[in-house]
Design a protein around this ligand. Structure first.
Ligand SMILES: [Zn+2]
Ligand SMILES: [Zn+2]
Length: 139
């Protein structure tokens, strides 16, 4: 299934998707460009076009607060998604939660507001960083 989705992708979009999937943490357009320079991609517009194609297919998401992109690890979901962003190690974990979506929609309805796009981004510390105890201050 996933490989079929990939095979329909334009070549550059597939390259960007592979790069993001391997990268494992959010990458800016310029980091992607740097990573793919050896693959015949040398212009930012090429990267942006490829990213647009991935975003449209739900194969990647933009992490607004970081101005960066991540590969989607929940293929083919339509739900609004959220990210938990670790401020210590920079890891980002995507989550989807229908309850959050319906809560946001109910909130919007109460405000008589039409939602076009929902961005949910949590900034904090991931479990790995918390467990390693690196940034603990004063207990
Ligand atoms: Zn996703
Ligand atoms: Zn962390």
């Amino acid at each position: 299934m996933a490989s079929q989705q990939n095979s329909k992708l334009p070549k550059n979009a597939a390259l960007v998707h592979t790069f993001l999937a391997k990268h494992g943490s959010p990458a800016s357009a310029y980091e992607i460009l740097d990573g793919l320079r050896g693959k015949g991609i040398s212009a930012p517009p090429t990267i942006y076009r490829a990213l647009d194609q991935l975003l449209a297919r739900g194969l990647a998401h933009r992490v607004e607060s970081l101005n960066a992109f991540v590969a989607c690890d929940h293929p083919a979901h339509d739900d609004a998604n959220g990210f938990a962003i670790c401020q210590d190690c920079g890891s980002v974990r995507e989550f989807t939660d229908p309850e959050v979506v319906s809560a946001v929609n109910a909130l919007a309805k109460a405000q008589d507001f039409d939602v076009r796009h929902v961005t949910i981004e949590l900034a904090g510390q991931c479990a790995a960083c918390r467990d390693s105890g690196s940034e603990v201050s004063h207990g």
